[in-house]
Design a protein around this ligand. Sequence first.
Ligand code: ATP
Ligand code: MG
Length: 410
Amino acid sequence: MQDKIRILLVDDDEDDYIITRDIIEDIPGRHYLLEWAGSFREALAQIEQKRHDVYLVDYRLGAHDGLELIQEAVKKGSMAPFILLTGQSDRETDEKAMRAGALDYIVKGTISPNELERSIRYSIEHAKSLAVIQRLNTELEQRVKERTQELGAAIRKLEQTNKSLYEAEQEVRKALQKEKELHELKSRFVTIASHEFRTPLSTVLSSASLIGKYKSTEDDDKRQKHVDRIKSAVSNLTSILNDFLSISRIEEGKIYNVPSEFDLVAFSAEVADEMQGFLKTGQRIHYKNYRDKAIITLDRQLLKNILFNLLSNASKYSGEDRNIYFTTETTDEAIRITVQDEGIGIPDADKTHLFTPFFRAQNVTNIQGTGLGLNIVKKYVDIMEGTLSYQSELDKGTTFTIVFPLIANS
Ligand code: ATP
Ligand code: MG
């Protein structure tokens, strides 16, 4: 047996209720339960409880009318079928009823049980379809919302990927650029090496063959001269090779700053002393330390290399009998080292390229060199977190200054 269909009649006239009840009782087959709400307010309260399957709403409702009630109920979210009961049948009422949300309208007084049954059945089915459509619609909206969110997430992800890709591309570009520079440096090494090696090697060759020719003891001096030449050529080769090695180790990131504590004054005096043997006739290194403080913490080996390079440049690019002033100064803030010469100086036009590998100024073409020393010095000073600067005047002399800031550690 089917459930009873619950009907709420909204009508302020009890007589109408009785008439309607009689008509409903005459409907064959189905069972109906008719309840009655006599006022707008009561009807609204009942509708909110959602206990009924269908509402028959009278057009006239005291101060209100049935259309108002239906509109109000629909506004409050009711999806139950409303059937409007009116006194007259005309198109205008029909349209008004539909617009307000009623599914059907019945003209009072002319209604037969069969017509009422049909209207109720149709309205209930219609309301059900509407509910399904509404549910599908809500689901669809929800789906669209979810998809939109998913899309947003996908777009953000894409943007992220794009950014990572861009960054990766930049990295690759940088690596490639570095690789290119290294490659260029290497090919320049090969060119310069073959060129630089030719002179000392031919010296070795010619001196060696001459030595072979000097047989008698009177030739001892000449022999010795060529032995010395060979020695000097070999040490020249060794120093070029060492520079090449240093550069390639720097490029590969294999040079590390390993600071240790030592006495700067004793160390500098020793370096000056060692260099003395390589100077030109009459040249002298004057070493001076300003300040008593001498114990410092730096990478000894790197510093020694730096000083050898600067002092040998000072000697190489100065004439005989010139002075080289070498100073150290340690304060609480910094260690300051200078190497000053009275040599040929650096032309202004060449100053910007001084630290570029293989670069040599235009006024040194007659003086032997590869143009690597200062590049190494600059890189070492960088590794030691110091700064390198210089001042130079053509034909007057050059001063190189290195400063290592002390970060409150001594
Ligand atoms: P090497 O690699 O054998 O040291 P180099 O002395 O030519 O060769 P760097 O020491 O790098 O190379 O110096 C580069 C250039 O800077 C020199 O060729 C020279 O032109 C200029 N230079 C460096 N020091 C001085 C200096 N004290 N006085 C004048 N010019 C200098
Ligand atoms: Mg040099």
